[in-house]
Design a protein around this ligand. Structure first.
Ligand code: S3P
Length: 456
């Protein structure tokens, strides 16, 4: 379903049973976007397996098709991208719709900045409110011409045949900004270097190397030298840690739970939540399970545990930037106060995640003080009682039933569904259709391991 035609859906969530079983979550969203883009710019045919069949990544595929790239979908989770080479894209006949995807729009802005034709990137209502100056500025410094009103989408990217390399220090910790610069750097004269105060996920760097680009990188530093053609390869996408994260939190807080998550991508730039949950006393075992597509994999086993509030180290923030909605839920059920700071970026995600999570959890009785760059979450102490046999209504610290709004943010919908498993009454969660952007099938998978969750 496209973002434009998406129905407004709600969930009814209520306590199910202790979570139990093994599961595999869908493919990594960040890697799926990048595999499509580099496959399109390569010479030859790139086969992608484990591709995320989400609305975000499908929107990126559709954009590339509009730019003249043939992409086949022979089976669920598979794409064959017939690369057109670095200079083989052609102008689309109208605006390019990135849907809800910040990653799609920001990376495509970099990729399109050095093409010999004009492009217009548009997005849905949420994406249309997200800041784009962070990519417009460095790309403009490279010579790109990009118009936007107030730094917001749509982005009108003018034809520009040659860009200049740049040495850029990223002020915001953002893999999307870094990636936009590196992709534009493929079309620049001279090298492009990106320096990061806080290293972010390095998938663009790794994948550019796998496609044969001349790139050197280490945490916090990447230099791309243009001039080499990209050569098609195969990309085997690992399971998305950010999707696994919901189950790590759910099994930690729902008494009596025991889950095994299989073959999850555990790139260290993604797994900050593991450390945060461990600081809170979570019972999580991570067993290495080899590699997939050059990415480390692990089987992760998690059991319910008595969680305690913690001060989340600011240094962990970039490594768990997408996991804060789930962490807020864990913190609301732990004993004592959890402090989140240095996370102002959360305010410019698919929603203002600090405000929307605070409002959603408060509607279920949680106590949270918002701050400019985080929150103080006063835990209810629900996880203190790990006896699964006691009725929820009798448990100290259970949240209450009610109605909460995800405001169209996929990760908030799933995080509130976890909170509802620990509520003494039914919870209606509104505006959840967006879960399909990153985690198609969440509802059925969650129900299969014990969640009480259905469409309203
Ligand atoms: C992503 C980077 C992060 C993350 C997003 C995916 C990527 O965004 O929140 O879900 O694939 O590069 P920022 O670059 O804005 O931090």
């Amino acid at each position: 379903m496209s973002a434009a035609s998406r129905a407004v859906l709600s969930w009814i969530a209520a306590p199910g049973r202790p979570l139990d079983g093994r599961l595999r979550v869908p493919g990594d969203k960040s890697i799926s976007h990048r595999a499509l883009m580099l496959g399109a710019l390569a010479e030859g045919t790139t086969r992608i397996t484990g591709f995320l069949e989400g609305e975000d990544t499908r929107a990126t595929a559709a954009v590339l098709q509009r730019l003249g790239v043939c992409i086949e979908a022979p089976a669920e989770g598979e794409r064959i991208v017939h690369g057109v080479g670095l200079h083989g894209l052609r102008a689309a006949d109208g605006p390019l719709d990135c849907g809800n995807a910040g990653t799609g729009m920001r990376l495509l802005a970099g990729l399109l900045a050095g093409q010999g034709f004009d492009s217009v990137l548009v997005g849905d209502a949420s994406l249309s409110k997200r800041p784009m100056r962070r990519v417009i500025e460095p790309l403009s410094a490279m010579g790109a011409r990009i118009d936007s009103e107030g730094g917001l989408p749509p982005l009108r990217i003018h034809a520009k045949n040659v860009l200049q390399g740049i040495d850029y220090k990223c002020e915001v910790a953002s893999a999307q900004v870094k990636s936009a610069i590196l992709l534009a750097g493929l079309y620049a004269q001279g090298p492009s270097t990106v320096r990061e105060a806080h290293p972010t996920r390095d998938y663009t760097e790794r994948m550019l190397a796998a496609f044969g680009a001349d790139i050197e990188f280490a945490p916090g530093l990447a230099t791309l030298r243009p001039g080499r053609r990209l050569a098609a390869t195969s990309v085997d996408v690992p399971a998305d840690f950010s999707s696994a994260a919901f189950f790590l939190v759910a099994a930690s807080v729902i008494p009596g739970s025991h889950l095994r998550l299989e073959r999850v991508g555990v790139n260290p730039r993604r797994t900050g939540l593991l450390e945060a949950l461990r600081l809170m006393g979570a019972d999580i075992a991570v067993r290495p399970a080899g590699e997939q597509g050059g990415e480390p994999l692990a089987d992760i086993e998690v059991r319910a545990a008595r969680l305690r509030g913690a001060v989340i180290p600011e240094a962990l923030v970039p490594d768990m930037i997408d996991e804060f909605p789930a962490l807020f839920t864990a913190a609301a059920l732990a004993e004592g106060v959890t402090t989140v700071s240095g996370a102002a970026e959360l305010r410019v995600k698919e929603s203002d995640r600090i405000a929307v999570m605070t409002a959603g959890l408060r509607a279920l009785g949680a106590s949270i003080d918002e701050t400019a760059d985080g929150a103080l979450i006063h835990g209810s102490g629900f996880t203190a009682n790990t006896d699964p046999s006691m009725a929820l209504a009798d448990r100290a610290g259970a949240l209450r039933g009610g109605r909460a709004d995800s405001q169209g943010d996929h990760r908030i919908a799933m995080s509130l569904a976890i909170a509802a498993q620990c509520a003494a009454g039914e919870v209606r969660i509104d505006d959840v259709a967006n879960v399909a952007t990153s985690f198609p099938g969440f509802e059925a998978l969650a129900r299969g391991v014990g969640f009480g969750l259905r469409l309203a």
